[in-house]
Design a protein around this ligand. Sequence first.
Ligand SMILES: NC(=O)c1ccc[n+]([C@@H]2O[C@H](COP(=O)([O-])OP(=O)(O)OC[C@H]3O[C@@H](n4cnc5c(N)ncnc54)[C@H](OP(=O)(O)O)[C@@H]3O)[C@@H](O)[C@H]2O)c1
Length: 434
Amino acid sequence: MTGARAGEALRLGVAGLGTVGAGLLALIERQHELRIPGRLEVSAVSARSRSRGRGVDISGFRWHDDPVELAEAEDVDVVVELIGGSDGPARRTVEAALRAGKPVVTANKALLAEHGVEIAALAEARGVHLLFEAAVGGAIPIVRSLRDSLSGVIAARVSGILNGTCNYILSEMLRTGAAYAEVLSEAQRLGYAERDPYLDVSGMDAAHKVLILASIAFGARPDLPQVSVEGVDRIEAMDISLASRFDYRIKLVAEAFRDASGVTCRVAPALVRIDHPLAQIGGPLNAVIVEGEPVGRLTFTGPGAGAGPTAAAVMGDLARLFDGPATAPFGAPARTLAPLLSRARVSQERSAFFIGARLSDRPGVLAALSEALAEAGVSIDKLIQDSAGDTGAAPVAILTHLCPRAAVERALVRVSELAITADVPRLIRIEARA
Ligand SMILES: NC(=O)c1ccc[n+]([C@@H]2O[C@H](COP(=O)([O-])OP(=O)(O)OC[C@H]3O[C@@H](n4cnc5c(N)ncnc54)[C@H](OP(=O)(O)O)[C@@H]3O)[C@@H](O)[C@H]2O)c1
């Protein structure tokens, strides 16, 4: 079922009228300017507060307090879920729509990351579309590109910058030299960060998104507890500025890769050289790099969030509903998706690493640090030590040669036993050269 009845408008129920929902209604008003193969008509809307100003006129649409009722309404052909959250009203609305045999378009990455298998299975069983281009990368057309246009690519790795808030924070810390907490509160003031920034800064939002990409690129089953997740909240301005003196940027990199054992997913800060494509992605932008045979590398960049960009992605999915029968939401049928490898595998990696710390202002501490690394079999590639000034602790940054993560972690345990740093050292992987 396509959801569109020949020659007639597709009747939408829009659940959630916040940033994205209001952006979508504004774009629907301009549909005559778009290349949509048919007409869209809003039958009904739902949100929490009926009286809240939304910058768009909703007086012509039927109101539902309960979005499940909206999903089940007879004059709703397609449900657009823009409430958010992995459970609660969003999940109930999506499930009610699919059970009623109605296509669903959603931007809800949390829901897909946590319950994607069940929901995709439900859509497949009913033979209806479940489309979610807006869930990853905002306006960047990565979901359907990976699923459809790139189905001829044997993907080896999908990586990128998938959280604009973190990228904005890291870019601003580099630009201004200000501390993380200060930049975060400025980002909240400017609307680049939520009042509760946990999902963004913890790396969890990027984890939701990379899981969706992994499921499509590799046929991996979304399984959030198996993603190794680290956010940006421990990064110091000092780390960013010392990394930049080595010609690196610190970015929150989300990645899913396949090797002989299976598929691994992780989100963590990484150093990328200034000539790497991800180093060029500043402010709230997102980027996705797909590597595979026989194409090599494809890079997608663009605005990863915001009312307009996200609504445009939702609109692209709505246009797809005019275009023939549904296919499996993740490309491969939900029941065939394979388990992800354990997140513990990340600790078995070999990489070059950055270590940032403040050394206690005592004689011999730098030698003790070098010795702890040497004892663990970690060799130093480059080192910068700055003056302690009047802070009593000297910033130090080390780039290691390739080594097992376990070895450098062992060295840092020794450093902690020796109490030679005034803070907890930051250990950051260095991304391979572009
Ligand atoms: N914002 C972005 O740039 C962006 C980008 C990509 C994806 N997304 C995803 O898009 C979705 C929506 O995000 P958003 O930023 O637009 O969120 P938002 O501004 O917080 O809007 C959420 C909407 O859901 C409504 N809502 C909450 N509980 C409800 C309930 N029980 N019944 C009916 N409506 C309810 C709210 O109603 P009230 O307005 O009355 O409170 C609000 O209109 C989320 O899944 C998000 O992850 C957002």
